[in-house]
Design a protein around this ligand. Structure first.
Ligand code: NIG
Ligand code: FE
Length: 433
């Protein structure tokens, strides 16, 4: 169509989804395009009295409601949502989970409550190795069914992207099976699943007398499975893998083009954070026992701290990652569940945000940035998700709340009134549609 004067009328984007009535929109945008650190960690990019529009899964407008009519042309059959003066923010990104496993471990819960240690149970062949036994015995179909059911619940509570680690196979065939499951899950429902190879999770029983042999096997597995994973991860801890073993594994991962993640300084200060910095890891995770030099090294290299407050709580330890010191040093903070059957059987990011505030004394704003924008960067998806900006994917959640601090204040119990994945409403009031 030509406007008067023969000039082409500037074409407005068409909106197929419109959300109005937003009292508080947390865009998480601003302060550049990378992960937010230091003072920027506190900036939720709030817009009051906002409207959002998307076209076919991509945001085309995020701004004051008054600017919407000028900015977009609303398609006649567009989905319209009234946020009822509530809060709208990006979907949570859970950047650290062990989503694919068979069997729970309530037998160990009873032992742990009675005083048995986590590493003690692992050394006796339980813990991670109990789940390895159950996961090896499960078929690919069974694992797909178990994880899909979990994902439906995860989506309904506001998480729209999930990282998922292997690590309960510990043989080429079983690790390959788990990564196949992750690939089948990705996009099979309204969610995205990011695959991480965690062959170095524990030394399996058949290699008990030959640790070096198992590390060699992990490196061979990387060569075979690299195209099925985006990251390589390792459990760097006494009773699991040493710094030198992890270094060899990460070098292989890097050669294969994988990003690096690390279970670091969880139960003791083993130099994991320093190794993460040395290897230019995307993230170092846990960090409950991180050293001062580890904090400085991470800040220097821009490694994201993925903190998992549910884990020490569940292991009955008082030692949490030092969020305030990390933030003051300029390390970008992310929060994640670590969802797994041993150290945190919780898959609800809203609860983890509350624990970040209550156990680590993060401000609600810093915790929200940690669960969205910075978490997206921790899975190298920061250019597509994690903030609400035109051009990004329309992954968002709406809460019937007057202010976002109500979420952690209500201890993570509040469920989103709606969850939107790539422009589609996929859950309502905690129910997956
Ligand atoms: O992140 N620390 C090692 N791995 C998991 C626990 C896995 C398990 O106990 O099954 C974690 O805490
Ligand atoms: Fe973990």
């Amino acid at each position: 169509m030509r406007a008067r004067g023969g000039e082409k009328a500037p074409s407005k984007p068409v909106a197929t989804l419109v959300i109005t009535g937003i009292r508080q929109c947390l865009t998480m945008a601003g302060n550049g395009s990378g992960p937010a650190a230091g003072a920027a960690q506190e900036d939720v990019g709030e817009i009051n009295d906002a409207a959002i529009a998307a076209n076919d899964g991509t945001l085309v407008y995020v701004g004051p409601a008054s600017g919407l009519p000028k900015a977009v042309r609303v398609a006649p059959n567009a989905t319209r949502l009234d946020a009822e003066r509530g809060v709208v923010m990006p979907g949570f990104v859970d950047s650290h989970t062990h989503l694919v496993f068979a069997g729970w471990r309530s037998n160990e819960f009873t032992q742990r409550v009675a005083g048995a240690g986590y590493q003690e149970i692992l050394a006796a062949g339980g813990g991670i190795l109990q789940t390895v036994g159950a996961t090896r015995a499960a078929s690919e179909e069974e694992l797909v069914d178990l994880a899909s059911e979990r994902l439906r619940g995860i989506i309904a509570t506001g998480t729209t992207t999930v990282e998922a680690k292997s690590g309960y196979g510990l043989s080429l065939a079983d690790e390959a099976k788990i990564l196949r499951v992750v690939h089948r899950l990705d996009g099979a429902g309204p969610w995205q699943v990011v695959p991480t190879f965690l062959g170095a999770h524990a030394v399996p029983p058949e290699f008990k007398e030959d640790r070096d042999g198992y590390v060699d096997l992990v490196i061979e597995m990387i060569d075979t499975l690299a195209d099925r994973a985006e990251f390589v991860d390792a459990f760097c801890e006494e009773g699991a893998f040493t710094v030198d073993e992890c270094r060899r594994i990460f070098a292989a991962g890097r050669r294969a083009g994988l990003g690096i993640k690390l279970h670091a300084d969880q139960l003791s200060d083993g130099g994991g954070a320093d190794l993460a910095a040395e290897m230019e890891a995307t993230s170092a995770d846990h960090l409950d026992c991180i050293s001062g030099s580890g904090i400085e090294a991470m800040a220097r290299e821009g490694v994201i701290a993925v903190m998992l407050p549910g884990v020490p709580l569940y292991l009955m330890s008082r030692r949490q990652a030092p969020a305030a010191r990390l933030q003051a040093a300029g390390v970008p903070l992310a929060l994640a569940t670590d969802f797994n059957p041993g150290t945190c059987p919780v898959d609800r990011m809203g609860l983890i945000v509350a624990l970040g505030c209550l156990l680590m004394r993060m401000s609600p704003a810093a915790a929200m940035v940690a669960a969205t924008r910075n978490a997206a960067h921790a899975v190298r998806r920061g250019d597509v998700i994690g903030t609400l900006e035109p051009g990004k994917q329309a992954d968002l959640q709406w809460y019937r709340a007057g202010d976002f601090a109500e979420l952690p204040y209500r201890f993570g119990q509040m469920l989103p009134a709606a969850v939107i994945k790539a422009g589609e409403v996929v859950a309502r009031d905690g129910e997956f549609l």
